[in-house]
Structure formats: structure tokens, C-alpha cells
Design a protein around this ligand. Structure first.
Ligand code: 5GP
Ligand code: MN
Length: 336
């Protein structure tokens, strides 16, 4: 699980570090980056967190959020940080293509690359990799890495713990998935002891909708949901027009796919969104239905068994049609 351990001694002296994570960072991407970043900074390292895009507004409250650098906002200055870095952390992604515009920059950077991640099929690019596809979240691995590999538990403070808690909470659907095992709950208990106000985090992340976003949810449930009973599947397909009507931005569709999965008997749920240049899709499933295989084989994506994503350059109706054509292959497990 830990490969390249000999490189860890690099952290014995102050380093110039850049932390990166995947495009359109989610709670785990941002939580693990901010948690690790603050811990490294407290140890005397010079740390920058650089991401390729904006992220959902429901993460705006996170401690240290104002320090996150969004690459397209000042590419020349941020390129220099990559050029000067002796160490680049790659958090919450296992293939460099998930960093979007940062991919060539990270590939060409001279500094060591350390990956901490829980996604399947890792690419072989890292000088050190702390990888466990059974982990519930990258934030869980960051906690373990700090405590077990860097002997740093005693210097975790409540801000760092808050960021790590948020990562684990969002990637486990508030501790409801199978991966939220006893170890995860022990870590959560420890983070609360360190000072996490868990009720405030739930409030900040889940009760921060605008009225508009809630109405958009109602609109989607009424107008964009299609149930395909013969395959125990339900999908949402959102056109550009649907998004424009409600001025939908990054993060506003987060969690929508779970409403399709919440219908009794539904085992596979999909969300198809007509974004500016691509159709982005998200799949969720229960049991053995392999969302990641469907995304990998048909939609240029991947992810976890029960939660994965992909994209397509075709139009919305064609992508939905293609998805429906895939379902017969999985009829047996969808209807088991
Ligand atoms: P979401 O549906 O929330 O966008 O993504 C769910 C999971 O699917 C993510 O945690 C990530 O593992 C994976 N994923 C999402 N989009 C992509 C993609 O375009 N390519 C790959 N390889 N994985 C993705
Ligand atoms: Mn994650």
C-alpha cells in the first residue's frame, strides 16, 4: 500500500510543496488537500494548494479555503510554483488526466510526486504512493499517512480535523456506505475529540441550499426523472436549457443522482448533464452492479464500483440512448 517509503525522509527538512487534486474538487478532494496542507505548513513547509477549476459553493466555509489557488486565474504565477516545487502531492486521483489542464504541468514538473488516493487502476507516475482502494476517502488515507507514517497525530488541530472529517463525510454519503467501516468510525471519533464540531459541518454542507437550488431539485424530480422498471434503473437527464432556467453552477447538481437511487427497488441510477462542452454523467449503484465498468467501457470514465463518472462529446439524447443500450448486458444483476 505504501510504495516508495524511502522518499519520506524528504519531509525531514523544509520543502516547497504543491498540493494538487482532481478537476472540479469535491468535499474529499478539498478536505484532504486543506487538511494535509495545514498540517505540512505547521511542520515548517512552504505549501501551495493549486486546483484546475472552481468548486461547489457549499464548500466555501472550509478552514483555509481562501488559500486555494485556482490555476486559470493566474497561470503564470502558479506555473512558477510548480517549477519551484520539490514535492507535489497528488490527492484523490489515481490518473493524471483527472487534473484536467494541470496534467501536462504535473507530468513535466521536476519535483517528486506523491500520490495519496483510493481510486482503482492507478497510473504509474508517483515516486511515493499511499494507495488503498478499500479506503472510504482520501481524507481517511491522509489521516493514516500523518498518524502512521509521519508520526504526526499530536499536531493535528481542529481546523485540520474539520477538513479531514468533511472529506470522509462527503465521500461516504454521511457514513452510510459499506466503506464507512469500524476504522472510519474510530477515525471520526478521534477527529471529534480533536475538536471537530460535526453538527456544524453537516449544517454547512447539507443545509446551505439556496431557494433556487431547492426549486431546481423539485423541477428535476417532476420533469427530468425517468424510471426504467425492467432494469431497476432510474435516470435524470438535464439539458442546457434546464440548467439555464435555474442558473445552475458547479455543485448545484451534487447529490441529485441519489434521489434516483432512493426509489424502492432501484439498483442503478444515472445523472446526465449537458455541460458547456461535454455531457457529464454520474452513475450510482447498489450491490455488485459495476458503475465503474460501465463508465470505463462506454463513457470515457471510471471510478468506484458503486459510484463513478464519465463524459461524452455526443449530444444528450444520444448519450442517454447509448446508456439504455448497455443495460441489457447487466440485466441479470440488475434484476437479481
Ligand atoms: P461524480 O459522479 O461524483 O462526478 O463522481 C463519482 C466518482 O466517479 C468520483 O469519485 C470519481 O472516482 C469517479 N469519476 C467521476 N468522473 C470521472 C471521470 O471522468 N473519469 C474517471 N476515471 N473517474 C471519474
Ligand atoms: Mn475521494
Amino acid at each position: 500500500m505504501l510504495a516508495g517509503k524511502e522518499n519520506i525522509k524528504l519531509l525531514d527538512s523544509p520543502q516547497k510543496i504543491v498540493i494538487t487534486t482532481h478537476h472540479k474538487p469535491d468535499g474529499d478532494a478539498l478536505g484532504s488537500s486543506l487538511g494535509l496542507g495545514q498540517w505540512l505548513r505547521a511542520r515548517g513547509h512552504d505549501v501551495s494548494i493549486i486546483v484546475s477549476s472552481d468548486f461547489p459553493t457549499f464548500l466555501d466555509w472550509m478552514p483555509g479555503r481562501e488559500e486555494v489557488l485556482i490555476f486559470p486565474q493566474d497561470p503564470e504565477r502558479y506555473q512558477k510554483l510548480f517549477d519551484d516545487a520539490s514535492l507535489i502531492f497528488c490527492l484523490d486521483y489515481s490518473v493524471l488526466s483527472r487534473t484536467n489542464i494541470l496534467e501536462p504541468i504535473i507530468r513535466e514538473a521536476k519535483g517528486q510526486k506523491w500520490m495519496i488516493d483510493h481510486h482503482l487502476d492507478p497510473e504509474d507516475f508517483a515516486d511515493l504512493s499511499y494507495w488503498d482502494s478499500n479506503a472510504a476517502a482520501t481524507a481517511q488515507l491522509v489521516y493514516r499517512f500523518i498518524c502512521e507514517e509521519l508520526n504526526g497525530h499530536d499536531t493535528l488541530n481542529s481546523d485540520m480535523a474539520t477538513c479531514l472529517y468533511t472529506g470522509i463525510m462527503t465521500d461516504t454519503g454521511s457514513f452510510r456506505f459499506k466503506a464507512a467501516n469500524a476504522e472510519v468510525h474510530r477515525i471520526i471519533a478521534d477527529l471529534i475529540e480533536i475538536g471537530v464540531k460535526n453538527w456544524e459541518i453537516h449544517q454547512n454542507v447539507y443545509n446551505s441550499s439556496t431557494e433556487n437550488r431547492l426549486k431546481f431539485l423539485g423541477y428535476c424530480l417532476l420533469n427530468c426523472l425517468e424510471v426504467i422498471p425492467e432494469y431497476n434503473t432510474a435516470i435524470f437527464a438535464l439539458s442546457k436549457d434546464d440548467l439555464q432556467q435555474f442558473s445552475i453552477t458547479t455543485g448545484d447538481t451534487e447529490g441529485l443522482v441519489n434521489y434516483a437511487l432512493s426509489i424502492k427497488g432501484i439498483r442503478l441510477a444515472g445523472l446526465f448533464v449537458d455541460r458547456t462542452e461535454l455531457i457529464k454523467l454520474s452513475l450510482r449503484s447498489i450491490g455488485e452492479i459495476p458503475c465503474n465498468e460501465i463508465c470505463k467501457n462506454h463513457f470515457n470514465g471510471g471510478g468506484h464500483l458503486n459510484a463513478s463518472g464519465g463524459s461524452s462529446t455526443e449530444d444528450l439524447l444520444t448519450v442517454v440512448k447509448r446508456f439504455k443500450e448497455v443495460l441489457p448486458q447487466y440485466k441479470e444483476i440488475l434484476t437479481a
